[in-house]
Ligand binder design. Sequence first.
Ligand SMILES: [Ca+2]
Length: 389
Amino acid sequence: MWLYIPIDDAKLKIKVEPVFEIRERYERRTDKDFLSNVSDNRGDVFGRYRAGVNLKGKDFTGRFVYQYAHDWVWTLGSNSSNDRSDMVEANASFSVDKAKVTLGRQRLAVGSQRLIGELNWHNVSNSFDAVSYERDRFSAFVAKQGVGVVPDKNLFLGGVTMKDSQGLTMAVVKTDELNNVQKGRLTLSREGKFKLGKGSVDYQVAGQIGHEDGKAVRAWAGFARYTMPVAKKIDGFFETNIASGGKSTDTVNTFDQLYPTGHDRVGLMDTTGWQNVRQLGAGLRFNVSPKETFKVQVMDLSLYDSGDSWYGVGGGVNTRTGGTYTDATGASGRHLGRELDLDFSYKFDTTYTLTAGAGVFWPGTFPQNLQVGSSNRQLWGYVAITKKF
Ligand SMILES: [Ca+2]
């Protein structure tokens, strides 16, 4: 597809700035099924190409970005490929008094992006058809899905956020209808950072009320990470992620992580979402130079409620050979497994970045009990380059 790029117009005084971004990522994952006797080993080459323009006038700005995303897949049995092309951004922003109003298809990134984020790690990523309003520390938005990994035409989001010197508070309503199931949730979230001893604490807590399929919703989630220097250029950290799960005859307790940037939140390998989970982790970050960082971390993962499902990084129930990772009886236990991650990033300059990482996931009693066959560890690794022009 060719983009029509308008030239500068002297009368309107519109500045036109081109936007180009290329990202290539190779990923390899073996034994996602934890079964050594069934081959599901897979390699992916993800290519994503973005092109567009930034427009700047006296009282307005605009941004139009087109994206082509391609995935080449190698498995033992077959090779395949799939692609998506989307207009990920098509919006105009106007200054009204001291406020900024943005209309059209736009990215929404709230705070830590643990609940509403751009999901740039994913080849498709998130954008919304929205009206947003920003003034000083206050912002508000109403949104339908614009571009999403899983198309959801019934999604509606409406939210307000307020920043202060310690963090950010958000209230957001989400309504949805999928397979004739009506859902509505109000999420209240608080996130921030404060100093403690020689280090600092990053945290987020969220509560949800609402209704789902005729039942009441009562759910909550929390995240905390304590980071402190342990040696020159080395930080150590402890972290926990927890999110409620389960249900009763009249209540749903499974937290809904909404539309997050879920990558590397509950493990770098992205096996698990912020829903029905208990995670404890620790790690070291080596700040080798301003260009170069290296991270190593370990963690233990369990279900919050053993009768509820193992949810994936995208919010859906994880699948296994012959079914899903759900045992409503709770008899399979709650231990999901343990994970070891290594992650590396090198910035050649402000526009050109190399990243690479690897992980091992040793399955716990829950996936082992739901499988039939010999259980094996899952391995994963990636290398990626991103170049912005
Ligand atoms: Ca396998």
